[in-house]
Design a protein around this ligand. Structure first.
Ligand SMILES: NC(=O)c1ccc[n+]([C@@H]2O[C@H](COP(=O)([O-])OP(=O)(O)OC[C@H]3O[C@@H](n4cnc5c(N)ncnc54)[C@H](OP(=O)(O)O)[C@@H]3O)[C@@H](O)[C@H]2O)c1
Length: 314
């Protein structure tokens, strides 16, 4: 595994208590959410922003140690921000139907409801499609597509069918095919289509189902570690129209918008969060040598405005 570059994760390492949601404080007070993969990377940012906005959050994934260290970090951060919100940790492999049933039922029994489901948990490995073994193919498809289906179905059948709710799924930039990630591209395309189907079928129950599709450019140390190369994000920025990588906060804020009443007439939709990456094709146009666009992160807000940044911007 290569050494990580000094700058790639600098946002992650400084002032770990910085947070500045663009949404109003208390927006999600009284709400209950499950965030799969909520102990690391993008999912951890989503869990933090939801907690910051007053939501009770259950984070769930397979590995106890990852969940425990993620939860410890989030709880320490919560204490420092002065926010009072409940964080609950449950172990669950979203590929396992019984574990998914139990995750939803435990949440509903413990908190009496389930308002939001964020199907963030997932993953893949890099390989030429010709070299993917069936076991590896099935693992990725069962996690990213079947796991999302199981979570959606159980959330709906056990609670949302009769009480309404909002679901946000996770896709990726697979719009032009997914060289070296054929398994995940196929699974995420399935998630985008499933999102449309559920948006239509469950509208009658006041359940909205949407999706976010980050480019392969959202900098997270755990995601890089999964690929076995902590420099995996280096150099990507130059190939993106906005000339930079993305932040976990830029995914979290889109998720919070989709969960919010501001998105109450949006369902079945997928929002791309990729700095224009998926629209950029090379044959007739080459990106000019421009400067990176302004980045949004809690750290940059904190640096610009100090602790007062932890207040709503709207
Ligand atoms: N970073 C990017 O640029 C990017 C781009 C497009 C899409 N995505 C997707 O966005 C999501 C978050 O990614 P990230 O960048 O934050 O990477 P990450 O830190 O590796 O997050 C993946 C999370 O998913 C959980 N997970 C994996 N398999 C699971 C399973 N079978 N059951 C339950 N939880 C499972 C992992 O926890 P455990 O290991 O404890 O299970 C981990 O917390 C993933 O679905 C990823 O594929 C990321």
């Amino acid at each position: 595994m290569s050494q990580r570059s000094s700058s790639t994760f600098e946002n992650e390492c400084q002032k770990p208590f910085a947070l500045s949601s663009v949404f109003r404080p208390g927006l999600f007070e009284g709400r209950v959410a499950i965030v799969t993969g909520g102990g690391t990377g993008i999912g951890k940012a989503i869990a933090k922003e939801l907690l910051f906005l007053g939501c009770t959050v259950v984070i769930a994934s397979r590995k106890k140690d990852r969940l425990a260290s993620g939860a410890e970090e989030i709880r320490t951060w919560l204490t420092h921000t002065g926010q009072q919100a409940t964080l609950h940790v449950l172990q669950c492999n979203i590929r396992n139907e019984e574990e998914v049933k139990s995750l939803i039922s435990t949440t509903v029994l413990t908190y009496g409801k389930l308002d939001f489901l964020i199907n963030n948990g997932g993953g893949q490995f890099i390989s030429n499609t010709a070299e993917i073994r069936l076991k590896g193919w099935n693992a990725v498809v069962e996690t990213n597509l079947t796991g999302t289906f199981l979570m959606c179905r159980e959330a709906y059948n056990q609670w949302m069918k009769h009480h309404g709710g909002v679901i946000v799924n996770m896709a990726m930039d697979m719009w032009k095919g997914s060289p070296l990630m054929g398994h995940s591209g196929a699974a995420r395309a399935g998630v985008v289509n499933l999102t449309k189907t559920l948006g239509v079928e469950w509208a009658q129950s006041n359940v909205r189902v949407n999706c976010v599709a980050p480019g392969s450019s959202i900098v997270s140390p755990t995601a890089a570690a999964n690929y076995g190369d902590l420099n995996v994000f280096d150099g990507i920025g130059a190939t993106i129209p906005m000339k930079r990588t993305g932040t976990v906060e830029e995914v979290s804020s889109a998720v919070c918008f989709l969960l919010s009443p501001g998105a109450s007439f949006i369902t079945g939709e997928t929002i791309r969060i990729d700095g224009g990456q998926s629209f950029y094709t090379t044959p007739t146009y080459s990106l000019p040598d421009s400067k990176p666009t302004d980045k949004y992160s809690w750290q940059s807000c904190f640096d610009a405005e100090g602790p007062e940044a932890a207040k709503s911007k709207l």
